[in-house]
Structure formats: C-alpha cells, structure tokens
Design a binder for this molecule. Structure first.
Ligand code: GDP
Ligand code: MG
Length: 670
C-alpha cells in the first residue's frame, strides 16, 4: 500500500529530473534546456511505499499559461502529503521566490539544496542549519547528479512529524488589509490555506481565481483585484501588484541570504570570470556571437550540410527511384499506385527529406550553444538592443532557436517571466525564418540567383528580423506591460555531455522527420490526387484537375504580387501544413515525365522579381500548422492564434506587393 504522495517542485533546470531519478530509481531523460519535464511523472520511492510526483519546472505559482498551470492546479486539487522543493544553491536569490510561495501555501515541506558542487566552485558557502531555521523547514544539501545527500533528503521526507513552516511575510498594512478582507469572504469549510489563496488572487493567479469563483461572486473578486492595483500604483508607485510582491519577497530573501550565505573570495579566478567580461562585452560580445553564427551557417550550408544534401538528392532521384520502380513492377503494382509512390512520395517527400543534413547540423550547434551555457551570455549582450523594442535579452534566445524551428522556440519562451515580453516573443517568432522555409529559398535561389545565393537568402533572414522589430514596437503599444522583473543570471559553463547533446539535437530534429512522415506525406499525396483527378475522371492533365479549378478562383488575388497562378496558390495553401510542403507540392504539380526538372519549369513560370516576391510571401505569411497549434497552447488563447495568422497574411501581402511593384517600377528582375 502506498502511504504518502510527495510533490516535487522547482524552477526549470535545477536538477528536478536528476533528483527524481535518484529518489525513485526509475530512469527519465535528463536534459539541459528548461522546460524538458513537461508531463506529470510519477515514481515509486525506494521504500516501495511512497509516491513522488515530478511537476513541470516553474518560476512562480502564478502561471502564465495552461501548461504551467499544471503545478498550481495540482496544489489546489490533489491530495498530496508533502512538498519537496528543489533549488539551485548557486542561484538562491531567484530560486527562493518559488520557495516562499510554497511555504505560504502551508503544507509540510522539505528543501533540497541542489548543485552545492557548483555553488562551492563559485566560492559560495551556505549555512544549511541557519537556512533551515530561517525558513522553518528541513534543508538538505545534495548533488542530484551524483546522488550525494539524496538518501538523507529522502529520510526527511518520510518522517512522520514533518510540519509546515510558519513564516509570514508582512506585505505592508494596505495589502494586508485587503488580504484580510478576502480571507473573510472565503467560506470556512474551504481546506486550502486562505491567506495563500488571498495573496495569489491579488497577484492575479487565474487558477486560484477560478477556484474562488466557486464560492465568491465574480464581481466581488474583480473589485478586490482592481482595488489592489490602484493601491499599489497610488500608494507605492509600483507598476503592478505582481512586481510589488516580487520585490517584497526579494527583500525577505535577501535578509535570509545575508545570514546564511557567504561568498569567499578565492585567490584564483575561475574560468567564467576570465571569459565572461569578454563574451558579454557590449561590442566584442556581438562580434563574437556573429562570428559563431556565421561559422555555424557556413558549416550548416556550405561546408557540410549542402554537400551531404546533394548526395542524398542524387541517391533519391537516381538509384532509389530505379530500385523502387523495378520492385513495384515486379510486384505487379498498378500504374496509378506506382505514380503515387514515385511522383508523389519520392518526388515530393524525398524532395524535402534531402534537407535533413542541414537541419540536424543546425540543431546540433544550437544545442551546443545552449548546453554549454553560452546562450545566456548572448542574452546579456542582446539585452540593450532588445530593450529598444520592449523586449529583454532573454527573448533573444527563443528568436535564435526560431531559425531552426518556431515550435521549440515558442516553447522556449517559457523562460521569459514577464507576460507581455513572453507574448511578444511568441507572436513574433514565426517571422524568424525557420529551416523549413529554407527549402523554398534553396529551390528559387538555385534557379534565379545563382551567383548571389547567400546574399539573397541572407536578405530574407534580415527582412524577417526587421519586420519583427518594427512589429514589436507597434504591438507593444497595445499589449499591457508590467515592466521587467528578472535579471539574467549566468549559469556556469558546462562541457556538454555527449549523450545530452545528442539527445537534445534529436529532440529538436525529430519533429522534422516526423513531419516528413505525416504532414508532408499526407499533403503531398493529397496534392498528387487532387492534381490528377478532375471532373473528367482520373489521370486528367493537371490543368483540368479539381485542384486547378479551385485554385484558379483564388489566383487573381495574388496577381498583384506577381504569382497569380493556380499552381502557386495550391503550394501556398498546402504550405500551411508545413512550409516544406510548398516544395513537395511544386514537385508534384509541375511534374514533368522523362526527367524534366522542377528547376527548369520554375524558370519559365516565375521571373527573378516574382520569385523574390514569392519568397518574401513564404517568409511572412501564416505560421505553419504546428506553430499555430503551439501558439494556442502556449498563450492559452485562440485569439492570439488567429491574430498570428491574420497579421502574417496582411504583412506578407503588403510587403510582397511593395517588393513586386517597386521592382517593376525600377525595372529590376522583370
Ligand atoms: P530539471 O530541468 O530541473 O529537471 O533539471 P535536470 O535534472 O534535467 O538537470 C539539469 C542539468 O543540471 C543536467 O545537466 C544535470 O546533469 C545537471 N545537474 C543536476 N544536478 C546537479 C548537481 O547537483 N550538480 C551539477 N554540477 N549538475 C547537476
Ligand atoms: Mg527535468
């Protein structure tokens, strides 16, 4: 029989998964980028009685999205007996923010002081007993990676007389008065600490608010929340209650750390201290970063990726096609099915899969930058630039990841605590030209801009960034701001573990392979069928197919942009599934038997100008299906999802229009 349910709380990247594995003996993947532990995981403790629940890593109990709300909802609704809170001993100032909120909740709790090896190497010493006394709960130093101290920590947890802490932070007379008012409204049969509920409500916690709406009227709750905001702004001159509470807790944490934490000045400087002044230097840092990015792009495209991709292409269109055709003929497969497989699947999906090398190489280097700790330095360097448009340096990391794929990038925006900055980062991410779009550029620059390929592609990347910056400025007028509250803390440099690195490269890249087998395959086969079937039956010429009939109606809308053909429209529509499908669709629609290449056809139906206009449109128009779904999931709102589609279409149309007409007027590339 299982006795206790213990909940494991902590900030992302503090070693929760490592500790979970140590305490339960079960294996779970250990990664380095925050947000890895997304699902709820349950493990059996080594005593075979108690259960440990691994919750998603969070910075605060006041969630920003439904995804993060998992932890808060767990607190409210699940019958657990104790909390295990793990903190990074080298980043206590920030980590204890969550600890304070958990203490206020008032459940029996133990603190695991993790990464003491890291803290020690930075000359930080923590008085464990004093910390325990000040927080009012047991504290145990551990190294979750090696398991040191984990047994003792486990022993604390299963002790029968584990007590909640009785610490109270005084939030100031006016706030305390409101807290009391709310406590009075909460019915006495409620089982959750009313003071915690009141504080969280004031802070704007939507999970708590929903819970309280069960017993208190909406109007009353709203009134309290409005009251607190006006008190905070008028009496304390603070931007928001959230920021106010944060600062109050910060002061409390500082007073504790004053008593418990000593930083020894070691006589020898550690590696970080030598390197950081250089890589975070305002100008030098930028140069170093651009050099890194340049080298990575060089490796990804010129030196390694493209040669590999060419080999793959030759294999697909040569030996593989021949073998499959022979095999299918030997098996007596009908001509129709053969055509679907050879023209649709190999021609279409294969035309996209050839980009696997580039994509994995790019992801490998992005993982390397993340796992080594370098990304955090970049955030510092970029902070000033980003501030100009209402973002902070942290937003830069998800934007960079967006060059790989917008989906993980948007999830990476979870590390941004400030809601407005997070929302902006999510909304603008689709403008970062992801690797899927690269497939379209590769096709077109190879045909029209042979001598300036890199330059043309670069211009598209830059266009995406410039549009993002301009829109950030515009959007920030309309999205309510609370002001940034987090400082960026620099994690120590770590030599990435080979296994972790491979794992996170795969985690990032597997989506592309999966997409090839699902969206791209499905989209391509659908396009093949629709372009071969028409009112007159099967095997009609593409110009008489259903696809051409339907898309011809829409095509005139795109004539002012230079590509008002039904084929372009069909590719754009299917490109919503995944941007690579634009290329696979064109492979199918423009299929010429007897080895006529797509490049050849394209060179006749586009001009350099309309090709560029088309690439601009591909860059800016709707995010792909997976990205749209992620935007909805991460913002928890359909409104922002539709907004991301809407603004994309408008901006893409406008800019392509300007490009095409500007080009015509100047007589370039017509
Ligand atoms: P989570 O995101 O909170 O689940 O954290 P993980 O368990 O995935 O750990 C993040 C990283 O920190 C991994 O690379 C771990 O190997 C490393 N790590 C975890 N605990 C310790 C520790 O006590 N000392 C050191 N040096 N590294 C640790
Ligand atoms: Mg984890």
């Amino acid at each position: 029989m299982s006795n206790m349910e213990i909940a494991l709380f902590g900030n992302p990247n503090t070693g929760k998964t490592s500790l979970f594995n140590m305490l339960t003996g079960s294996y779970a993947y250990v990664g380095n980028w925050s947000g890895v532990t997304v699902e709820k995981k349950v493990g059996e403790m080594k005593n075979k009685k108690d259960l440990l629940i691994d919750l998603p890593g969070i910075y605060t109990l006041n969630p920003l999205s439904k995804d993060e709300a998992v932890a808060t909802e767990y607190l409210l609704n699940d019958p657990f007996q104790a909390i295990l809170n793990i903190v990074d001993a080298s980043q206590l100032l920030r980590n204890l923010q969550l600890t304070i909120q958990l203490l206020e909740f008032g459940a029996p709790m133990v603190l695991g002081l993790n990464m003491i090896d890291v803290a020690r190497s930075q000359g930080i010493h923590i008085d464990q007993d004093m910390l325990s006394k000040r927080l009012g709960i047991p504290v145990q130093s551990i190294i979750a990676r090696t398991g040191k101290g984990c047994r003792e920590l486990g022993d604390f947890l299963v002790k029968p007389h584990l007590q909640p802490s009785n610490i109270l932070i005084d939030y100031g007379p006016e706030v305390e008065e409101l807290i009391q008012e709310i406590i009075q409204m909460i019915p006495s049969e409620n089982k959750i600490n009313p003071r915690w509920l009141a504080i969280q409500l004031l802070e704007g916690n939507f999970v708590v608010r929903k819970k309280l709406e069960e017993c208190i009227s909406k109007a009353q709750l709203e009134k309290q929340q409005e009251k607190i905001e006006s008190i905070i702004q008028e009496k304390y001159g603070e931007k928001s209650i959230r920021l106010y509470l944060f600062k109050k807790r910060q002061a409390f944490i500082n007073s504790i750390l004053n008593d418990c934490l000593t930083t020894k000045n070691k006589d020898h400087k550690i590696f970080t201290e030598y390197i950081d002044p250089i890589v975070t230097n305002r100008y030098l840092g930028l140069v170093i970063f651009l050099t890194f990015m340049f080298l990575i792009f060089k490796l990804t495209f010129d030196w390694l990726g493209t040669p590999l991709s060419d080999l793959l292409d030759q294999f697909f269109s040569g030996p593989l096609t021949t073998w499959i055709e022979k095999g299918l003929t030997a098996l007596n497969v009908s001509q129709f099915i053969q055509d679907v497989i050879v023209q649709g699947i190999i021609g279409g999906v294969g035309g996209v899969l050839v980009f696997v090398p580039q994509i994995f190489i790019l992801f490998f280097f992005i993982s390397l930058l993340e796992d080594s700790g370098y990304m955090a330095r970049i955030a510092v360097v970029m902070d000033r630039v980003m501030e100009l448009v209402g973002l902070n340096g942290k937003a830069f990391i998800p934007l960079i990841i967006g060059f790989g794929c917008n989906v993980p990038a948007i999830m990476g925006a979870r590390t941004i605590e400030q809601p407005k900055e997070r929302l902006l980062t999510i909304l603008l991410n689709p403008l970062m030209s992801c690797s899927a779009r690269l497939t379209v550029y590769s096709l077109f620059v190879g045909v029209f801009f042979k001598s300036h390929q890199a330059l043309i592609v670069l211009s598209l990347y830059v266009l995406g960034i410039v549009v993002a910056i301009i829109l950030a400025k515009i959007f920030s007028f309309f999205i309510k701001s609370e002001g940034s509250i987090f400082v960026i803390e620099l994690p120590p440099y770590r030599i990435p573990q080979y296994r972790t690195l491979m794992r996170s490269t795969w985690e990032k890249g597997k989506g592309f392979v999966k997409k090839a087998g699902t969206f791209i395959l499905g989209g391509t086969v659908a396009i093949w069928i629709l372009s071969n079937v028409g009112p007159a039956g099967f095997n009609v010429p593409a110009d008489h197919s259903f696809l051409s009939i339907v898309c011809s109606w829409i095509a005139p809308i795109f004539s002012p942009l230079g590509f008002g053909t039904w084929q372009a429209v069909a590719s754009l529509v299917t490109g919503f599934l995944a941007k690579e499908v634009v290329v696979s669709s064109m492979n199918v629609i423009y299929f010429v038997p007897d080895g006529g290449s797509l490049q050849h056809v394209v060179s006749h139906v586009f001009t350099p100008l309309s090709a560029y206009s088309f690439m601009v449109f591909i860059l800016l128009y709707v995010p792909c299906l997976a990205t749209v779904a992620t935007i909805q999931k991460e913002t928890g709102s359909k409104k922002w999802m539709f907004f991301s589609i809407g603004y994309g279409l408008v901006v893409a149309y406008a800019i392509s229009f300007v490009v095409f007409h500007g080009g015509q007027w100047l007589g370039i590339g017509v």
